[in-house]
Design a protein around this ligand. Structure first.
Ligand SMILES: [Zn+2]
Length: 178
């Protein structure tokens, strides 16, 4: 996929902001799609951005804090659950915003949980990341700004995208078998 097609593809799915636009959008409150623990959509809501740094420092593991609040990266294959494939929902470990449905997860072989689509376009935000002399697209939780990972253009159909996430940035909620 060419870079321009890639940008069009992610723009079609999610919002692409420069860092400055993103800060302005955050100040105004954000729109996310709410989901029940069984994956049922509960509609859109406009919510104030969640910011609870003192609580996150206390309640998150040091690694989860480093990944989500300091844009760290867990070591590949290091975290239990990266290769989980049961039906369920992945929520933000910081604010519980729904991020991915397990049905869009695929085995990328990278050692990080990989998805071809977020659960709702609104719920994740893409930001151009020019750190380290590379241009990559960072993926954050729309509601609390947690760093989740990056999105790449070498994913499977139907989107061709690979959301390469950190296991520790997400909390898995298994769908109950009824
Ligand atoms: Zn969040």
């Amino acid at each position: 996929m060419q870079r321009r097609q890639f940008l069009q593809a992610i723009a079609g799915l999610t919002f692409v902001y420069s860092t400055r636009d993103y800060a302005a959008a955050m100040a105004a409150g954000v729109v996310v799609m709410r989901f029940a623990d069984d994956g049922k959509p509960l509609g859109k809501a406009t919510l104030p951005k969640v910011s609870k740094d003192a609580e996150w420092k206390r309640t998150l593991t040091p690694l989860a804090y480093n990944v989500t609040r300091e844009a760290g990266t867990e070591r590949a294959f290091s975290q239990p659950g990266y290769d989980r494939h049961e039906p369920g929902l992945y929520r933000c470990v910081c604010c519980d915003n729904a991020l991915f449905d397990a049905k869009t997860k695929f085995e990328s072989g990278t050692g990080w949980p990989s998805f071809w689509q977020p659960i709702a376009n609104e719920n994740v935000t893409n930001i151009v990341d020019r750190a380290w002399g590379m241009t990559r697209t960072e993926v954050r939780c729309t509601l609390c700004d947690a760093h989740l990972g990056h999105v790449f253009d070498d994913g499977p159909k139907p989107t061709g995208l690979r959301y390469c996430m950190n296991t520790v940035a997400m909390r898995f909620v298994a769908y109950k078998v009824s």
